[in-house]
Write a protein that binds this ligand. Structure first.
Ligand SMILES: Cc1cc2nc3c(=O)[nH]c(=O)nc-3n(C[C@H](O)[C@H](O)[C@H](O)COP(=O)(O)O)c2cc1C
Length: 187
């Protein structure tokens, strides 16, 4: 795939085959992630790869419960309430791997650094035929003391980008983009 194909064909994937992903491929995705720019070139990110299905299921249950009791501002909707209350809803969609990108500092650009690494990782995955999806539902619980403990992360780390990775079951549907709002300021 060339650059344009990757940019235009990456879509969030929510259906996966049961095929696992080998360590070398996961390392290649992380290597692509760390090519991202970072503020003051701090490279203040760390990666946790979870492939333990029992842990993924536990995180899904606890993150759903946490989202219902303490939803982030602006995330309350009837649809989300129903989804998060459904015991059969797996926030990780059965993906064989979750890569959590965390900031190792609490500096002003902690989120930006990790988000850029996450996009690199998602594009790299797309280029080798893998599917990814950023799972915001997991984010708030992973940031709690229990969440950090589940990932074996020190208290100084802030989980920013939980990205599931797997082999797509089918091609995800297109997600049309709205016309961008552009203001041209010409001389
Ligand atoms: C910060 C962030 C959080 C997201 N959280 C979720 C999530 O919890 N569950 C989910 O299914 N998709 C999640 N997504 C995926 C978006 O729904 C998706 O990117 C959007 O609908 C556009 O579709 P596309 O990625 O296929 O282009 C998230 C995306 C971002 C950037």
């Amino acid at each position: 795939m060339n650059f344009e194909q990757v940019i235009y064909s990456r879509r969030s994937v929510r259906e996966f085959t049961t095929q696992s992903i080998d360590e070398m491929t996961l390392r290649q995705l992380i290597d692509a992630a760390i090519q991202a720019p970072s503020a003051v070139n701090e490279q203040a990110w760390s990666f946790v790869v979870v492939q333990d299905k029992r842990l993924l299921s536990r995180i899904s249950s606890l993150a759903k419960a946490h989202m219902l009791t303490a939803p982030p501002t602006g995330v309350v909707s009837q649809h989300f309430q129903e989804l998060l209350s459904d015991p059969n809803f797996d926030i990780f969609y059965g993906a064989p791997a979750l890569i959590v990108i965390s900031s190792t500092t609490v500096g002003p650009w902690a989120t930006e650094n990790c988000a850029l690494a996450a996009e690199n990782l998602m594009l790299a995955a797309c280029s080798v035929g893998l599917g990814t999806c950023w799972i915001g539902f997991a984010q708030t619980w992973l940031g709690t003391a229990d969440g950090r403990a589940a990932l074996d992360l020190p208290a100084s780390c802030l989980p920013v980008a939980p990205i599931i990775v797997g082999h797509p079951k089918s091609a995800p549907p297109p997600v049309p983009r709205r016309e961008p709002e552009i203001r041209w300021i010409a001389p």
